[in-house]
Design a protein around this ligand. Structure first.
Ligand code: NAD
Ligand code: DAU
Length: 334
Protein backbone atom coordinates (compact mmCIF):
# COMPACT_ATOMS: atom_id res chain seq x y z
CA UNK A 1 0.00 0.00 0.00
CA UNK A 2 1.25 3.52 -0.81
CA UNK A 3 0.17 5.84 2.01
CA UNK A 4 0.11 9.63 1.82
CA UNK A 5 0.77 10.78 5.39
CA UNK A 6 0.03 14.45 6.02
CA UNK A 7 1.90 16.12 8.90
CA UNK A 8 4.43 13.28 8.99
CA UNK A 9 7.21 15.52 10.32
CA UNK A 10 5.27 16.25 13.51
CA UNK A 11 5.02 14.29 16.74
CA UNK A 12 2.46 11.55 16.02
CA UNK A 13 2.94 11.58 12.23
CA UNK A 14 6.67 10.81 12.47
CA UNK A 15 6.03 8.01 14.99
CA UNK A 16 3.42 6.64 12.57
CA UNK A 17 5.87 6.69 9.62
CA UNK A 18 8.45 4.78 11.69
CA UNK A 19 5.73 2.30 12.65
CA UNK A 20 4.66 1.70 9.02
CA UNK A 21 8.13 1.52 7.44
CA UNK A 22 9.45 -0.76 10.21
CA UNK A 23 6.38 -3.01 10.42
CA UNK A 24 5.20 -3.24 6.80
CA UNK A 25 8.10 -3.83 4.37
CA UNK A 26 5.64 -3.89 1.45
CA UNK A 27 4.31 -0.36 2.16
CA UNK A 28 5.51 2.99 0.80
CA UNK A 29 5.04 6.39 2.44
CA UNK A 30 4.82 9.89 0.99
CA UNK A 31 5.13 12.47 3.76
CA UNK A 32 3.47 15.82 2.94
CA UNK A 33 4.37 18.44 5.53
CA UNK A 34 4.68 22.24 5.53
CA UNK A 35 7.42 22.13 8.21
CA UNK A 36 5.83 24.65 10.54
CA UNK A 37 7.44 25.25 13.96
CA UNK A 38 6.12 21.76 14.92
CA UNK A 39 7.61 19.82 11.99
CA UNK A 40 11.15 18.44 12.10
CA UNK A 41 12.68 16.23 9.39
CA UNK A 42 15.36 15.03 11.81
CA UNK A 43 12.63 12.79 13.27
CA UNK A 44 12.80 10.73 10.07
CA UNK A 45 16.46 11.07 9.05
CA UNK A 46 17.01 7.28 9.11
CA UNK A 47 14.57 6.89 6.19
CA UNK A 48 15.77 9.74 3.98
CA UNK A 49 17.59 7.48 1.46
CA UNK A 50 15.10 4.61 1.63
CA UNK A 51 13.28 4.10 -1.71
CA UNK A 52 10.02 3.40 0.18
CA UNK A 53 9.98 6.91 1.70
CA UNK A 54 9.56 10.30 0.06
CA UNK A 55 9.19 13.77 1.60
CA UNK A 56 7.29 16.59 -0.07
CA UNK A 57 7.33 20.04 1.50
CA UNK A 58 3.95 21.69 1.04
CA UNK A 59 0.76 23.04 2.52
CA UNK A 60 -2.29 20.74 2.68
CA UNK A 61 -4.41 23.76 1.75
CA UNK A 62 -2.62 24.00 -1.65
CA UNK A 63 -4.66 21.94 -4.13
CA UNK A 64 -1.94 22.01 -6.79
CA UNK A 65 0.42 20.10 -4.45
CA UNK A 66 -2.20 17.85 -2.87
CA UNK A 67 -3.99 16.65 -6.01
CA UNK A 68 -1.16 14.71 -7.76
CA UNK A 69 0.01 13.18 -4.47
CA UNK A 70 -3.45 11.83 -3.68
CA UNK A 71 -3.75 10.58 -7.26
CA UNK A 72 -0.71 8.32 -6.81
CA UNK A 73 -1.50 7.12 -3.24
CA UNK A 74 -3.76 4.22 -2.23
CA UNK A 75 -4.76 5.84 1.06
CA UNK A 76 -4.43 9.11 2.95
CA UNK A 77 -3.73 9.23 6.70
CA UNK A 78 -4.33 12.81 7.73
CA UNK A 79 -2.41 14.11 10.77
CA UNK A 80 -1.44 17.62 9.59
CA UNK A 81 -2.93 20.26 11.86
CA UNK A 82 -2.25 23.12 14.16
CA UNK A 83 -2.40 21.02 17.32
CA UNK A 84 -1.74 23.18 20.39
CA UNK A 85 -4.68 24.52 22.41
CA UNK A 86 -2.79 27.46 23.98
CA UNK A 87 -1.68 28.67 20.54
CA UNK A 88 -5.31 28.46 19.32
CA UNK A 89 -6.33 30.75 22.18
CA UNK A 90 -3.61 33.27 21.17
CA UNK A 91 -4.22 33.15 17.42
CA UNK A 92 -7.18 31.08 16.09
CA UNK A 93 -6.96 32.08 12.38
CA UNK A 94 -4.31 29.57 11.27
CA UNK A 95 -6.28 26.78 13.00
CA UNK A 96 -9.22 27.43 10.67
CA UNK A 97 -6.94 27.70 7.64
CA UNK A 98 -5.07 24.42 8.21
CA UNK A 99 -7.50 22.28 10.20
CA UNK A 100 -10.70 23.21 8.35
CA UNK A 101 -9.74 24.50 4.89
CA UNK A 102 -6.71 22.18 4.62
CA UNK A 103 -8.90 19.16 5.39
CA UNK A 104 -11.43 20.36 2.81
CA UNK A 105 -8.72 20.56 0.10
CA UNK A 106 -7.56 17.02 0.92
CA UNK A 107 -11.14 15.73 0.87
CA UNK A 108 -11.81 17.29 -2.54
CA UNK A 109 -8.77 15.54 -4.03
CA UNK A 110 -9.67 12.25 -2.30
CA UNK A 111 -13.18 12.53 -3.74
CA UNK A 112 -11.88 13.27 -7.24
CA UNK A 113 -9.56 10.24 -7.18
CA UNK A 114 -11.81 7.98 -5.03
CA UNK A 115 -9.21 7.34 -2.33
CA UNK A 116 -9.45 5.81 1.15
CA UNK A 117 -9.19 8.58 3.77
CA UNK A 118 -8.39 8.24 7.47
CA UNK A 119 -8.81 11.35 9.59
CA UNK A 120 -6.89 11.65 12.88
CA UNK A 121 -8.91 13.61 15.41
CA UNK A 122 -9.13 14.24 19.11
CA UNK A 123 -11.26 13.58 22.19
CA UNK A 124 -11.40 17.37 22.69
CA UNK A 125 -14.28 17.57 20.19
CA UNK A 126 -16.52 16.03 22.90
CA UNK A 127 -15.97 18.86 25.39
CA UNK A 128 -15.25 18.34 29.09
CA UNK A 129 -16.31 15.59 31.52
CA UNK A 130 -17.39 16.04 35.14
CA UNK A 131 -15.66 13.82 37.73
CA UNK A 132 -18.43 11.17 37.77
CA UNK A 133 -19.33 11.23 34.05
CA UNK A 134 -18.76 8.11 31.98
CA UNK A 135 -15.79 8.41 29.58
CA UNK A 136 -16.37 9.65 26.02
CA UNK A 137 -17.30 7.09 23.38
CA UNK A 138 -18.34 7.15 19.72
CA UNK A 139 -21.91 8.19 20.63
CA UNK A 140 -20.93 11.20 22.76
CA UNK A 141 -22.34 14.43 21.25
CA UNK A 142 -19.85 17.00 19.98
CA UNK A 143 -19.30 19.99 22.32
CA UNK A 144 -15.97 21.64 21.43
CA UNK A 145 -14.90 24.50 23.70
CA UNK A 146 -11.59 25.90 22.37
CA UNK A 147 -10.75 27.32 18.93
CA UNK A 148 -8.53 24.23 18.43
CA UNK A 149 -11.24 21.72 19.30
CA UNK A 150 -13.85 23.67 17.31
CA UNK A 151 -11.58 23.51 14.24
CA UNK A 152 -11.05 19.76 14.73
CA UNK A 153 -14.79 19.22 15.21
CA UNK A 154 -15.42 21.12 11.97
CA UNK A 155 -12.96 18.90 10.12
CA UNK A 156 -14.56 15.74 11.58
CA UNK A 157 -17.97 16.92 10.34
CA UNK A 158 -16.56 17.63 6.87
CA UNK A 159 -14.98 14.17 6.67
CA UNK A 160 -18.26 12.53 7.67
CA UNK A 161 -20.19 14.74 5.22
CA UNK A 162 -17.95 13.56 2.34
CA UNK A 163 -18.78 9.97 3.28
CA UNK A 164 -22.54 10.54 3.57
CA UNK A 165 -22.82 12.81 0.52
CA UNK A 166 -20.25 11.43 -1.91
CA UNK A 167 -19.64 7.92 -0.56
CA UNK A 168 -15.96 8.68 0.18
CA UNK A 169 -14.45 5.66 2.01
CA UNK A 170 -13.48 7.30 5.30
CA UNK A 171 -12.73 6.41 8.90
CA UNK A 172 -12.17 8.79 11.82
CA UNK A 173 -10.32 8.23 15.08
CA UNK A 174 -10.69 10.40 18.19
CA UNK A 175 -7.92 9.81 20.68
CA UNK A 176 -6.78 11.11 24.04
CA UNK A 177 -3.52 12.89 24.96
CA UNK A 178 -0.46 11.29 23.38
CA UNK A 179 3.02 11.30 24.88
CA UNK A 180 6.35 9.79 23.85
CA UNK A 181 9.34 10.56 21.55
CA UNK A 182 9.32 13.57 19.19
CA UNK A 183 6.59 15.59 20.98
CA UNK A 184 7.25 19.32 20.71
CA UNK A 185 8.19 20.70 24.15
CA UNK A 186 5.19 23.03 24.09
CA UNK A 187 3.09 20.00 25.17
CA UNK A 188 2.76 19.36 28.91
CA UNK A 189 4.89 16.21 29.43
CA UNK A 190 7.91 17.23 27.30
CA UNK A 191 7.64 20.79 28.65
CA UNK A 192 7.98 19.46 32.20
CA UNK A 193 10.85 17.07 31.36
CA UNK A 194 12.85 19.70 29.46
CA UNK A 195 12.13 22.50 31.94
CA UNK A 196 13.35 20.26 34.77
CA UNK A 197 16.56 19.56 32.80
CA UNK A 198 17.04 23.30 32.21
CA UNK A 199 16.31 24.04 35.91
CA UNK A 200 13.33 26.21 34.93
CA UNK A 201 9.99 26.53 36.75
CA UNK A 202 7.24 24.02 35.95
CA UNK A 203 4.07 25.96 35.06
CA UNK A 204 0.90 24.26 36.32
CA UNK A 205 -2.34 25.85 35.14
CA UNK A 206 -4.97 26.65 37.81
CA UNK A 207 -5.18 24.06 40.60
CA UNK A 208 -3.46 21.30 38.58
CA UNK A 209 -6.39 18.95 39.20
CA UNK A 210 -7.49 18.75 35.56
CA UNK A 211 -7.49 15.17 34.27
CA UNK A 212 -6.14 13.76 31.00
CA UNK A 213 -6.14 10.14 29.76
CA UNK A 214 -2.54 9.55 28.65
CA UNK A 215 -1.86 7.33 25.62
CA UNK A 216 1.65 6.20 24.63
CA UNK A 217 2.16 7.29 21.02
CA UNK A 218 3.21 3.85 19.75
CA UNK A 219 -0.10 2.40 21.00
CA UNK A 220 -1.91 5.14 19.07
CA UNK A 221 0.04 4.41 15.87
CA UNK A 222 -0.81 0.70 16.14
CA UNK A 223 -4.50 1.58 16.49
CA UNK A 224 -4.46 3.73 13.34
CA UNK A 225 -2.60 0.99 11.45
CA UNK A 226 -5.39 -1.47 12.40
CA UNK A 227 -8.14 0.97 11.42
CA UNK A 228 -6.73 1.63 7.93
CA UNK A 229 -6.42 -2.11 7.25
CA UNK A 230 -9.41 -3.60 9.07
CA UNK A 231 -11.67 -0.73 10.20
CA UNK A 232 -15.24 -0.52 8.93
CA UNK A 233 -15.73 2.21 6.34
CA UNK A 234 -17.74 5.18 7.60
CA UNK A 235 -17.00 4.42 11.26
CA UNK A 236 -15.46 6.42 14.09
CA UNK A 237 -13.15 4.74 16.62
CA UNK A 238 -12.27 6.21 20.03
CA UNK A 239 -8.73 5.46 21.26
CA UNK A 240 -7.66 5.94 24.89
CA UNK A 241 -4.80 5.04 27.19
CA UNK A 242 -6.59 3.68 30.28
CA UNK A 243 -4.48 6.17 32.23
CA UNK A 244 -6.49 9.02 33.73
CA UNK A 245 -4.32 11.22 35.94
CA UNK A 246 -4.43 14.77 37.28
CA UNK A 247 -1.84 17.15 35.86
CA UNK A 248 -0.21 17.59 39.25
CA UNK A 249 0.16 13.77 39.56
CA UNK A 250 2.05 13.79 36.25
CA UNK A 251 4.35 16.62 37.42
CA UNK A 252 5.17 14.86 40.70
CA UNK A 253 5.81 11.52 38.95
CA UNK A 254 8.22 13.16 36.47
CA UNK A 255 10.04 14.97 39.30
CA UNK A 256 10.39 11.61 41.06
CA UNK A 257 11.70 9.90 37.89
CA UNK A 258 14.22 12.70 37.41
CA UNK A 259 15.25 12.70 41.09
CA UNK A 260 14.17 16.30 41.81
CA UNK A 261 12.14 17.82 44.65
CA UNK A 262 8.90 19.79 44.17
CA UNK A 263 10.30 23.29 44.65
CA UNK A 264 10.20 24.10 40.90
CA UNK A 265 6.40 23.74 40.70
CA UNK A 266 4.73 27.07 39.97
CA UNK A 267 0.93 27.38 39.90
CA UNK A 268 0.12 29.91 37.16
CA UNK A 269 -2.98 31.54 35.68
CA UNK A 270 -5.39 28.93 34.34
CA UNK A 271 -5.97 28.35 30.61
CA UNK A 272 -9.08 30.19 29.37
CA UNK A 273 -12.00 27.76 29.08
CA UNK A 274 -9.80 24.95 30.41
CA UNK A 275 -11.50 21.55 29.95
CA UNK A 276 -11.55 19.83 33.33
CA UNK A 277 -11.42 16.17 32.35
CA UNK A 278 -11.04 13.94 29.28
CA UNK A 279 -11.31 10.14 29.29
CA UNK A 280 -12.00 7.57 26.59
CA UNK A 281 -13.96 4.33 26.48
CA UNK A 282 -12.12 2.33 23.79
CA UNK A 283 -14.54 -0.63 23.92
CA UNK A 284 -15.52 -0.39 20.23
CA UNK A 285 -12.01 -0.68 18.77
CA UNK A 286 -11.20 -3.36 21.34
CA UNK A 287 -14.28 -5.40 20.43
CA UNK A 288 -14.08 -4.93 16.63
CA UNK A 289 -10.34 -4.84 15.94
CA UNK A 290 -8.78 -6.38 19.07
CA UNK A 291 -6.83 -3.22 19.96
CA UNK A 292 -6.03 -2.14 23.51
CA UNK A 293 -3.22 -0.02 24.96
CA UNK A 294 -0.18 -2.10 25.93
CA UNK A 295 2.21 0.45 27.44
CA UNK A 296 1.41 1.36 31.06
CA UNK A 297 1.73 5.00 32.09
CA UNK A 298 4.62 4.17 34.42
CA UNK A 299 6.54 2.37 31.63
CA UNK A 300 5.65 5.02 29.03
CA UNK A 301 6.84 7.87 31.24
CA UNK A 302 10.15 6.07 31.91
CA UNK A 303 10.68 5.54 28.17
CA UNK A 304 9.77 9.15 27.42
CA UNK A 305 12.13 10.55 30.06
CA UNK A 306 14.94 8.34 28.72
CA UNK A 307 14.27 9.48 25.16
CA UNK A 308 14.42 13.20 26.07
CA UNK A 309 17.58 12.60 28.14
CA UNK A 310 19.21 10.89 25.14
CA UNK A 311 18.07 13.54 22.64
CA UNK A 312 18.96 16.83 24.27
CA UNK A 313 20.14 18.39 20.98
CA UNK A 314 16.77 17.58 19.41
CA UNK A 315 14.66 19.32 22.05
CA UNK A 316 17.08 22.24 22.49
CA UNK A 317 16.74 22.85 18.76
CA UNK A 318 12.91 22.67 19.04
CA UNK A 319 13.07 25.17 21.93
CA UNK A 320 15.19 27.69 20.01
CA UNK A 321 14.11 30.49 17.64
CA UNK A 322 10.39 31.24 17.39
CA UNK A 323 9.63 28.92 20.35
CA UNK A 324 11.27 31.45 22.69
CA UNK A 325 8.84 34.17 21.58
CA UNK A 326 5.91 31.81 22.09
CA UNK A 327 7.21 30.81 25.55
CA UNK A 328 7.68 34.42 26.64
CA UNK A 329 4.17 35.32 25.45
CA UNK A 330 2.53 32.28 27.08
CA UNK A 331 4.43 32.24 30.37
CA UNK A 332 5.59 35.82 30.65
CA UNK A 333 9.29 34.90 30.79
CA UNK A 334 12.07 33.24 28.76
P1 NAD B 1 2.21 18.37 15.74
O1 NAD B 1 1.84 19.79 15.99
O2 NAD B 1 3.36 17.77 16.47
O3 NAD B 1 2.53 18.16 14.19
C1 NAD B 1 1.73 18.72 13.18
C2 NAD B 1 2.47 18.55 11.86
O4 NAD B 1 1.63 19.08 10.82
C3 NAD B 1 3.80 19.31 11.81
O5 NAD B 1 4.82 18.50 11.23
C4 NAD B 1 3.49 20.51 10.92
O6 NAD B 1 4.62 20.97 10.18
C5 NAD B 1 2.43 19.93 10.00
N1 NAD B 1 1.55 20.96 9.43
C6 NAD B 1 0.93 21.96 10.10
N2 NAD B 1 0.22 22.73 9.24
C7 NAD B 1 0.38 22.17 8.01
C8 NAD B 1 -0.11 22.48 6.72
N3 NAD B 1 -0.90 23.54 6.51
N4 NAD B 1 0.25 21.70 5.68
C9 NAD B 1 1.08 20.63 5.88
N5 NAD B 1 1.58 20.29 7.08
C10 NAD B 1 1.23 21.05 8.13
O7 NAD B 1 0.87 17.56 15.96
P2 NAD B 1 0.63 16.13 16.65
O8 NAD B 1 0.61 16.33 18.11
O9 NAD B 1 1.54 15.16 16.02
O10 NAD B 1 -0.86 15.85 16.17
C11 NAD B 1 -1.12 15.20 14.93
C12 NAD B 1 -2.61 15.06 14.75
O11 NAD B 1 -3.16 14.32 15.83
C13 NAD B 1 -3.35 16.40 14.74
O12 NAD B 1 -4.37 16.33 13.77
C14 NAD B 1 -3.95 16.51 16.14
O13 NAD B 1 -5.13 17.26 16.12
C15 NAD B 1 -4.21 15.06 16.45
N6 NAD B 1 -4.18 14.70 17.88
C16 NAD B 1 -3.07 14.98 18.64
C17 NAD B 1 -3.05 14.57 19.97
C18 NAD B 1 -1.86 14.84 20.86
O14 NAD B 1 -1.92 14.50 22.05
N7 NAD B 1 -0.75 15.39 20.36
C19 NAD B 1 -4.14 13.89 20.52
C20 NAD B 1 -5.27 13.67 19.72
C21 NAD B 1 -5.27 14.06 18.39
O1 DAU C 1 -6.81 15.34 24.28
C1 DAU C 1 -6.12 15.34 23.07
C2 DAU C 1 -5.40 16.67 22.88
O2 DAU C 1 -4.29 16.64 23.78
C3 DAU C 1 -4.92 16.90 21.46
O3 DAU C 1 -6.03 16.99 20.60
C4 DAU C 1 -4.07 18.17 21.36
O4 DAU C 1 -3.52 18.26 20.05
C5 DAU C 1 -2.92 18.06 22.36
O5 DAU C 1 -2.18 19.27 22.35
C6 DAU C 1 -3.47 17.79 23.76
O6 DAU C 1 -4.21 18.93 24.27
P1 DAU C 1 -4.14 19.35 25.82
O7 DAU C 1 -4.50 20.77 25.92
O8 DAU C 1 -4.85 18.37 26.68
O9 DAU C 1 -2.56 19.12 26.04
P2 DAU C 1 -1.40 20.01 26.71
O10 DAU C 1 -0.16 19.19 26.64
O11 DAU C 1 -1.35 21.38 26.15
O12 DAU C 1 -1.89 20.12 28.21
C7 DAU C 1 -2.17 18.97 29.01
C8 DAU C 1 -2.74 19.45 30.32
O13 DAU C 1 -1.71 20.14 31.04
C9 DAU C 1 -3.87 20.44 30.17
O14 DAU C 1 -4.82 20.22 31.22
C10 DAU C 1 -3.20 21.80 30.35
C11 DAU C 1 -2.09 21.50 31.33
N1 DAU C 1 -0.88 22.33 31.18
C12 DAU C 1 -0.31 22.43 29.94
C13 DAU C 1 0.81 23.20 29.75
C14 DAU C 1 1.44 23.32 28.37
C15 DAU C 1 -0.33 22.99 32.28
O15 DAU C 1 -0.85 22.87 33.42
N2 DAU C 1 0.78 23.73 32.09
C16 DAU C 1 1.38 23.91 30.87
O16 DAU C 1 2.38 24.63 30.77
Amino acid sequence: MKILVTGGAGFIGSNFIHHILEGHPEDEVINLDALTYAGNLENLSIWKDDPRYRFVKGDIADASIVDPLIAEADAVVHFAAESHVDRSIMDPGIFLETNVRGTYVLLEAARKHGKRFHHVSTDEVFGALKPDDAPFDEKTPYDPRSPYSASKASSDHLVRAYHETYGLPITISNCSNNYGPYACPEKFIPLIITNISEKKRIPVYGDGKQVRDWLYVEDHCRAIDMIIRKGRIGETYCIGGDSERTNIWIVKKLLELLGRDESAIEYVKDRAGHDRRYAINYGKIEHELGWRPTVSLEEGLRKTVSWYQANEDWWKNMKSGAYQEYYAKQYGKK
